[in-house]
Ligand binder design. Structure first.
Ligand code: AVJ
Length: 324
C-alpha cells in the first residue's frame, strides 16, 4: 500500500469558521457561561499543557506512559501490517513509547495516522515521529475525530489509540455516543485503546489541577487569548482567577475562570457587549474520572469486547483495550 507521504489532509475547512464563532458566542452568552475545552490548544496552550504533563502533581501522563511501556509482549507482537490511528495526538510521546516496543523490521509495514484539530500539534508529531522512526509511514489528518470518523482510513486492520484521558473531556452522554460510533465504524479485529483517569482520592485529584507553579492556572487563562483571536474579542485574562475542583456528583474535575470584577467584553461578531458579573464563572473544562464499571459499560454500549484493562498498581490510571 503506497501512501503519499509528507502531508496533512485538512478537513477542518468542512466545519467552517462561522460554526466556530457562533458556537463560542453561544457559550459566552448562555446563562451558565462556558467555553469548550477543545479551544485550549493553540500553540501556547499546547506548550503549557506539555508543561503540565511533566508536573509532579499531574500524575496521569507519567502513569499512562508507564502503562504503555509495560504492555505485554504478546500484544505488541500482534501489531503487524496495521494502521495505527491516534485520536488527538497532542505530543507524540505516547505513540513513540508504543512504537519503540515494535521490532524495527515490522515498522515499514505500519502506517500511522495522527488526527488532531491543532495543526501545530500535528506538524510537531509528524516531524518528531519521522525523526525517531524514519521507516514509518505517517500521514496527518487535520480534523475533529469526534464528528469526522468517516475520515478514518479503512483499508486494513486498525488500532485506534485515544490516549491521555482526553475522553474525559466529553460529557457522559457524549462518551457513550462516541463509543457507540466507534463500535459502529470498527471492523472485526480492529482494536481500540482508551486511556482513562480513574476515580480516586479527592485531594490527589484536586492537586493535579492546582499545581504549585500555577501552570494549570496559566493554561486555563490562556483560553481567553485563544478566544480573543477567534471571535475578535478583548478579554483580559488578568480579570479572572483559576478555579479547579472535584464535582463528586459527576465524578469529574471542573475548571472555571472566575471574574474578579464586573466585566464587559466586546466581540467584532456581535453588536451587544458580553457581560460577566464579579464572581461569575466561565466553565472551561470537565475532566471525567472513571470507575471500572464505567470502563465495562462503555465497551458493552459500543458492542466491543473488553480484552483487558491495564493499570498501574495504585489504579490511578487505566488503559482499556477494546476489540471488535
Ligand atoms: C488533556 C483533557 C486529559 O483533563 O487532565 C490538564 C487537560 N486540564 N490540566 C485533563 C488538563 C488541566 C487534561 N486532558
Amino acid at each position: 500500500l503506497e501512501l503519499p507521504i509528507d502531508d496533512i489532509d485538512n478537513h477542518l475547512t468542512e466545519i467552517g469558521f462561522d460554526t466556530t464563532v457562533s458556537e463560542i458566542i453561544a457559550g459566552l452568552t448562555a446563562n451558565a457561561k462556558y467555553i469548550q475545552s477543545k479551544y485550549f490548544y493553540d500553540k501556547i496552550g499546547s506548550a503549557l499543557f506539555e508543561k503540565i504533563t511533566s508536573l509532579n502533581e499531574y500524575y496521569p501522563s507519567r502513569t499512562e506512559k508507564a502503562i504503555i511501556s509495560q504492555l505485554p509482549p504478546e500484544l505488541i507482537e500482534d501489531l503487524v501490517d496495521i494502521d495505527i490511528i491516534e485520536l488527538g495526538c497532542g505530543d507524540h510521546s505516547k505513540i513513540s513509547l508504543l512504537m519503540r516496543r515494535i521490532p524495527a523490521e515490522t515498522v515499514p509495514g505500519l502506517r500511522y495516522f495522527p488526527i488532531d484539530i491543532s495543526r501545530t500539534a500535528l506538524e510537531q508529531s509528524i516531524e518528531d515521529l519521522r525523526d525517531l522512526f524514519p521507516a514509518l509511514k505517517v500521514k496527518g489528518i487535520l480534523a475533529d475525530y469526534v464528528h469526522q470518523m468517516h475520515l478514518f482510513p479503512e483499508e486494513r486492520k486498525r488500532l485506534f489509540c485515544f490516549f491521555g484521558s482526553t475522553i474525559g473531556n466529553l460529557s457522559r452522554e457524549e462518551t457513550l455516543d462516541f463509543m457507540q460510533n466507534m463500535g459502529a465504524i470498527m471492523n472485526t479485529g480492529d482494536m481500540l485503546f482508551v486511556g482513562m483517569d480513574r476515580v480516586k482520592n479527592i485531594a490527589l485529584l484536586e492537586k493535579a489541577y492546582n499545581d504549585d507553579q500555577l501552570i494549570t492556572a496559566m493554561f486555563n487563562k490562556n483560553i481567553l487569548r485563544v478566544i480573543n483571536g477567534l471571535i475578535k474579542s478583548d478579554f483580559n485574562p488578568d480579570n479572572f482567577e483559576h478555579r479547579a475542583f472535584y464535582n463528586a456528583a459527576f465524578n469529574r474535575i471542573e475548571m472555571h475562570l472566575e471574574a474578579t470584577d464586573n466585566i464587559s467584553v466586546k466581540s467584532a461578531f456581535i453588536p451587544e457587549l458580553i457581560r460577566i458579573k464579579k464572581g461569575e464563572t466561565i466553565h472551561t473544562e470537565n475532566s471525567h474520572k472513571f470507575e471500572k464499571a464505567d470502563i465495562l459499560r462503555m465497551g458493552q454500549h459500543a458492542g466491543l469486547a473488553i480484552k483487558n484493562i491495564y493499570s498501574d498498581e495504585n489504579e490511578l490510571f487505566s488503559l482499556a483495550h477494546y476489540q471488535k
